[in-house]
Design a protein around this ligand. Sequence first.
Ligand SMILES: [Fe+2]
Ligand SMILES: [Fe+2]
Length: 283
Amino acid sequence: MIIAQITDFHVRPRGKLAYSVVDTNAMLEAAVAAIEALPCRPDIVIGTGDLTDCGLPEEYVVLREILQPLSMPVYLVPGNHDRRAALHAEFASDGYLPRDGDFLHYVVEDQAVRLIGLDTDVPGHGHGRMCDARLAWLGQRLAEEPSQPTLIFMHHPPFRTGLVDMDKINCANGEAMALLLQGHVNIERVVCGHHHRPITTRWAGTIGSVAPSTAHQVSLDLQAQGDPASFVLEPPGLHLHVWSLAAGLVTHTAPIGAFAGPYPFVLDADYPGHTAQVEPLVG
Ligand SMILES: [Fe+2]
Ligand SMILES: [Fe+2]
């Protein structure tokens, strides 16, 4: 089973660059094309928030249009740039979002890896929260399937990353969530967005990770200088979470773009040491 994770699209109305610089819509179109061109077709796509830039109904219409070429099911959770009502209005017909309740959280049950999507949003704020109600819901869902491999996906990381300014607006109450997850050895990953960089950490007895944005990346600033977070146009990317019984869940980071290659691993015949080599030098 292959789960493609894409995140932080920041889709805008047609013709409107984000921050006057980033063509986020074109970059999401490139991500969609990259997924469809993969030699191993993902079974599912998950989008971990900041789907749109301002949560406008018009932006969700554009988002649906851009995602339309994907040939596999797509599951979305909101980020701090989203608006629950507008997201629900456009995507409720896909059938996985809850019909009522305060939060857009849900479970995808019909796969080898059970997927739990969380809604960490706090309307009007950049940070997220796993409040008591959301923790209680998560606890109930985890108790339903204590042994099936499970992946939790959410926008705001509930763990620290060292990106000082971004950690100020991560998921509040992460300590309580960590306590809840401790002991659930079937949780393979907690995968997030929001920080716009590929990041991996050990957390709460499992692995926490952040996928790169399909658009702009947050500057790799690990110093507490008090400067506001900024972005750079490093290569965009996506994560592939690949499940097999033999290897468990393995995560690959794939940059999105046109790159030279592939080239074969062939040494020139007179390369020093070439004749002593029993196997081709690969890797
Ligand atoms: Fe974002
Ligand atoms: Fe965000």
